[in-house]
Design a protein around this ligand. Structure first.
Ligand code: FAD
Ligand code: MLT
Ligand code: ZN
Length: 492
């Protein structure tokens, strides 16, 4: 059962015909088209399954046509035709989005960027990479890694997500603390507008104040304003010395104290500060082939990474920090990675949480920004509400809800509250929706720190945006996409 509010199909959108398919065959190579018999093609509908269903298996569309253009001009030709005909389109990258934004709601044409995966240019001196939007993040990481650089963002979905999808969602991830938002590291974009216009803003300049910075509008627009086809992004120098430690902590209060001390002692080399709770750890150890690097179980775990250019200096700083944390009783136990494979295992522990939860059951995700001191309160609060409704009992099976847990990028004030249930169903959802959104609003937080709005939160934006802001967002949508063909039913 996939359960969510599905908006009705916009009646004015054209239902695809054989003539439309013939048109696409005229502008695209045959191997880039997947069309089912319903629209005059011969592809098995099973081939389209992976494009119609999202990563969480929560949202599902019914598209009969997937187009996988190889060039920007082909993207332009597709959109020009769809706009003229009133055919709705959903842009899709690696389809790892977590808010139902990347899959069709009804029968929208899926425009997949996966055939656009070329590095166009790399300048090793400036570190500026120019590439197609469909490049997979991990492959770009390998490419720049061979040239002694790193991508300015990293996330658990790196093996599948595209840089274009990252830009479209303004993805945060585990390097945000050090390298900031894509609003800073993306230097230029090539975007195709719904009417087929190609906006060539693929600048490689750090500084350019020639008027409005239009590319910023597309960063985080989730495919609602234009299709990103090219990205220019600045890649930082790779640090020669990297240290990673996992710590066991007995209270959330101490998770915060450890963060304050890590910034004080290692500020200039601190590159990540992540945390997760014991429930997440249980799921990860159950589903990944990993062992707890600590001698005991703790209510909270913290991962600290430092990246610098002088190993002796960094080792001394990290060692000093660990000593102080233990002496002050802020952490109870710590393991310091001794080599690259231990570093990788510690990161897998953190990055393996979403997959481990998804393997456990139907996962509800709330990705919120709230001031750090109260960030974790929401987890206990939701667990209590579910218990009172007799839908959940911690550690006991046989209830509709299996787990309630929290993890995230605490250094960025970003918590991932996850509720894992037997299935997605109203009696469960109603306990925490709109309660979570109200809770976030009461702390002037954001209901989407980094995952975006998609379909999931489009009816809840008023919890984080004023009516005036929403009105201007809608006006922007009308400017770029007056016919509303691009990623309809999402965002605004
Ligand atoms: P998709 O899922 O295909 O699309 C996402 C949205 O962008 C959709 O609205 C789609 O229409 C649009 N879009 C995609 N490509 C384009 C394009 N070229 N032009 C215009 N619009 C486009 N997010 C974080 O912020 N931080 C994390 O740490 C993080 N970790 C994750 C870990 C896992 C295991 C998973 C499954 C997801 C995670 N995500 C995270 C969520 C997700 O937002 C990112 O994975 C990623 O940015 C999405 O990229 P994608 O290529 O898969 O885009
Ligand atoms: C993460 O931080 O692991 C991602 O944002 C994915 C998630 O929230 O599950
Ligand atoms: Zn995250």
């Amino acid at each position: 059962l996939r359960h969510y509010h599905k908006p009705s199909r916009t009646a004015s959108f054209k239902t695809l015909t054989k003539d439309d398919l013939e048109h696409f065959k005229g502008i695209l190579p045959a191997e880039t088209i997947l069309a089912t018999p319903a629209v005059g093609g011969s592809s098995d509908p099973i081939e389209l399954e992976g494009f119609n269903a999202d990563w969480l298996n929560k949202y599902r569309g019914n598209s009969q046509l997937v187009l996988r253009p190889k060039t920007t001009q082909e993207v332009s030709d597709i959109l020009k035709y769809c706009n003229a005909q009133g055919i709705a389109v959903v842009p899709q990258g690696g389809n790892t989005g977590l808010v139902g934004g990347s899959v069709p709601v009804h029968d929208e044409v899926i425009l997949s960027l996966r055939n656009m995966s070329r590095v166009r240019n790399y300048d090793e001196l400036s570190g500026v990479l120019v590439c197609d939007a469909g490049c997979v993040l991990e492959e770009l990481g390998n490419y720049v890694g061979e040239r002694d650089h790193i991508m300015p963002l990293d996330l658990g979905a790196k093996g599948s997500c595209h840089i274009g999808g990252n830009v479209a969602t303004n993805a945060g991830g585990i390097r945000f603390l050090r390298y900031g938002s894509l609003h800073g590291s993306v230097l230029g974009l090539e975007v195709v507008l719904p009417d087929g216009t190609i906006l060539d803003n693929l600048s490689t300049l750090r500084k350019d104040n020639t008027g409005y910075d239009l590319k910023q509008l597309f960063i985080g627009s989730e495919g609602s304003l234009g299709v990103i086809t090219g990205v220019s992004v600045i890649t930082p120098q790779r640090s020669s010395a990297v240290n990673v430690t996992v710590l066991g902590v007995t209270s959330y209060e101490n998770v915060q104290r450890a963060f304050a001390l890590a910034r004080k002692r290692c500020g200039e080399i601190l590159s990540a500060y992540e945390f997760w709770d014991a429930t997440c750890m249980g799921a990860v150890l159950h589903h990944q082939s990993l062992k707890n690097p600590l001698s005991a179980e703790f209510p909270f775990y913290v991962l600290i990474e430092t990246s610098g250019s002088n190993k002796d200096h960094d080792d001394e700083k990290m060692g000093g920090l660990l000593e102080e944390l233990l002496e002050e009783g802020i952490v109870e136990d710590g393991a310091l990675a001794q080599d690259d494979s231990q570093i990788a295992r510690m990161w897998t522990m953190r990055e393996g949480i979403p997959e481990s939860l998804a393997k456990t059951g139907a996962t509800y995700k709330y990705d919120v920004s709230i001031p750090i001191p109260v960030l974790y309160d929401i987890v206990g609060d939701i667990a209590k509400r579910l218990e009172s409704a007799q839908l959940y009992k911690p550690g006991e099976s046989g209830f509709p809800v299996k787990l309630v847990c929290g993890y995230g990028h605490i250094g960025d004030g970003n918590l991932h509250l996850n509720i894992v249930a037997e299935k997605f169903e109203d009696r469960v959802t109603n306990i925490f929706e709109p309660y979570v959104y109200e809770w976030v609003k009461s702390h002037r937080g954001s209901i989407s720190a980094e995952h975006g709005v998609g379909l999931m939160k489009r009816d809840h934006l008023e919890y984080s945006k004023s009516p005036e802001m929403l009105a201007y967002m809608k006006r922007m949508k009308e400017v770029f996409d007056p016919k509303g063909i691009l990623n309809p039913y999402k965002v605004v």
